[in-house]
Ligand binder design. Sequence first.
Ligand SMILES: [Zn+2]
Length: 146
Amino acid sequence: MTSNDIQQMIKRAIQAKDSAYAPYSNHPVGACIMTENGQIFAGANVENAAYPLSRCAESTAIGNMVLGGSDKDDGARIITKIVVVGPGYEACTPCGGCRQSLREFASSEAIVYVCDKDGKVMLETDFSALLPHSFGPDNVKEVNPQ
Ligand SMILES: [Zn+2]
């Protein structure tokens, strides 16, 4: 991936953040994910009056990937890059629920870029550092072989 690709993803995440629906938290967040086959999908948080049922930016980006991916078998559902842009200058890292949602699709080598509201990268790490010793699809296959 070139730095141009990262910049494009950051731009898409900022645009998504600016479209977020966050009237309750006033904490708009944008995310952008890249799949193994090079497609990118953005997402923004979408809240509702029942706060716990709100959706995070990473979650809506995953939904867009699942619905919009070109092909299920050519890496269209394997996440290799994740950009998250928060509303300020504190690192807006993925919440626990999103880490587990990302775990379903992200490769262990996926790179996570957490940016401030202006798109400056504040944290760059690999996904396995965000969710060490994680529980994922392989754990379930052990008892439910397909
Ligand atoms: Zn989240």
